[in-house]
Design a binder for this molecule. Structure first.
Ligand code: DC
Length: 226
């Protein structure tokens, strides 16, 4: 049996990589894997149980948890021990805490195990912070998507307003800057551009233009192998 195709996309928060990855997966008929949703689910549960400051308790909880992602009608539905947490993992509270929880090596090890398994079973478009470097270092095609901090803050602000969450531009920008610092500065699996990743700055571009760029690159790369 031939090996599955894995397309890995990393980039900072608000770079549009989730939308781009979703659209690309749809266009190619591949499974979409939102690795950030997994770290968000762990963070949400840790906050719910009031154990977010207790590292060992978070690790214990993660090891026992059964996490499932289902991609349906344009959204990733997330189930923790069969309970749906899809909407709850996108709150401002989770946003503020998720980068910190994501620095715990044992939590990462559990998530990476799960992500690799999904990659073994499906043709995949995976996105996150370490999918091009740690989870799928041998991915068939890698992208690193970026945009300026102002563009990313504007996009996040629009998302919050569309979900009915009132928050200021400054607050969104500060949260993004804080997450950038933690995500890129942590010791284990920091967000970095893998040497073999195609860099794509999509400042000022629409999701349609992002898709056009990525799809064209994927087709070019895959045709080189046939
Ligand atoms: O992509 P996102 O904003 O939903 O990700 C939420 C957080 O999860 C992000 O700030 C850092 C963490 N994360 C990670 O550490 N590794 C990944 N592969 C994906 C996300």
């Amino acid at each position: 049996m031939s090996k599955n195709i894995v397309i890995a996309i990393d980039g900072p928060a608000g770079s549009g990589k989730s939308t781009a990855a979703k659209n690309l997966a749809k266009e190619l008929g591949f499974t979409y894997l939102d690795t950030g949703a997994m770290y968000r689910a762990i963070t949400f549960l840790a906050l719910l149980k009031g154990i977010d400051e207790d590292r060992n308790a978070v690790i214990e909880m993660t090891k026992k948890l059964s996490l499932n992602l289902k991609y349906e009608n344009g959204i990733t539905r997330v189930f923790a021990d069969d309970i749906e947490v899809t909407d709850k993992i996108r709150s401002a509270e989770v946003n503020s805490k998720v980068s910190e929880i994501s620095t715990i090596p044992e939590v990462r090890a559990e998530m990476v195990k799960l992500q690799k398994k999904i990659g073994e079973e499906n043709n995949l478009v995976a996105e996150g912070r370490d999918v091009t470097t740690v989870v799928f270092p041998d991915a068939d095609i890698k992208f690193f998507i970026t945009a300026t901090i102002d563009e990313r803050a504007k996009r996040r602000l629009r998302d919050f307003h569309l979900s009915g969450i009132e928050i200021s531009y400054e607050e969104v920008k500060q949260n993004l800057e804080k997450r950038d610092t933690i995500d890129s500065g942590r010791e284990i699996s920091p967000l970095t551009k893998s040497q073999d990743a195609i860099e794509f700055d999509n400042t000022g571009l629409t999701p349609e233009q992002d898709l056009e760029f990525l799809y064209k690159k994927v087709k070019e790369e895959l045709s080189k192998r046939n």
